[in-house]
Design a protein around this ligand. Sequence first.
Ligand SMILES: CC(C)(COP(=O)(O)OP(=O)(O)OC[C@H]1O[C@@H](n2cnc3c(N)ncnc32)[C@H](O)[C@@H]1OP(=O)(O)O)[C@@H](O)C(=O)NCCC(=O)NCCS
Length: 152
Amino acid sequence: MNIRLATKFDNESLKKIKSFLDNKTIEERLKKQEDRKAEFLILEDEGEPISYVLLKWEGKKTHPEYLDMEDLYTKEELRGKGYATSLIKECEKRAKERGYNKIGLAVNPDKNLNARELYEKLGYKHDGGKPYVDAVYNGVEDWVIDLEKDLY
Ligand SMILES: CC(C)(COP(=O)(O)OP(=O)(O)OC[C@H]1O[C@@H](n2cnc3c(N)ncnc32)[C@H](O)[C@@H]1OP(=O)(O)O)[C@@H](O)C(=O)NCCC(=O)NCCS
C-alpha cells in the first residue's frame, strides 16, 4: 500500500476511484496543492488507485483554525477493507509532523452513518455545533456536522 500526492497526470487514476469526479474539481485541488494550501492524497494498493482525500491546511469555513479532511472517498467495490482508515491515519501523521494539534472533517450525521461510525471509532467527536448546509450536489443540500480530534 502506498499513499502519495496526486499530480496533473492523475485524472484517470482519480476517476477510477470516483467515476463522477470532474476535471474542474481536480484542477482546483491541484492548484490548492501547488499553493501549499492542501494536499491531494491518493492511496494505491499494488498500483491500483483505491481511495483519495483532500487534506486542507487552511481548514474549513466553520473551523479555519485546524486542518480539514474533505471528500474522503474509497472505490465502491473495495470499501470495508480499512483503506479509508489508513488514509485518515496518514493525514493525522502529516498534521502532527507540521505541529498541528487538531484535525477534523464534516459528515452528514443521519444519511452517512457508515462514515460517521468510522470516524467516531477513530476518536472523532462532534464539536457541538448545529448541522449546516455544506454544499448543494445536483440540487440536493448536503447537511453536515463538524467532527474533530485532538492529536497527541
Ligand atoms: C466512508 C468511506 C470513505 C469509508 O471508506 P472505507 O475504505 O470503506 O473505510 P474503512 O474500510 O477504513 O472502514 C469502513 C468501516 O465502514 C463499515 N463497513 C464495513 N464494510 C463496509 C462496506 N462493505 N462498505 C462500507 N462500509 C463498510 C465498517 O464500520 C468499517 O469499519 P471496521 O473497521 O469496523 O470494519 C467510504 O464508505 C466511502 O467512500 N463512502 C462514500 C463517500 C463518503 O461518504 N465519504 C465520507 C464523506 S464525510
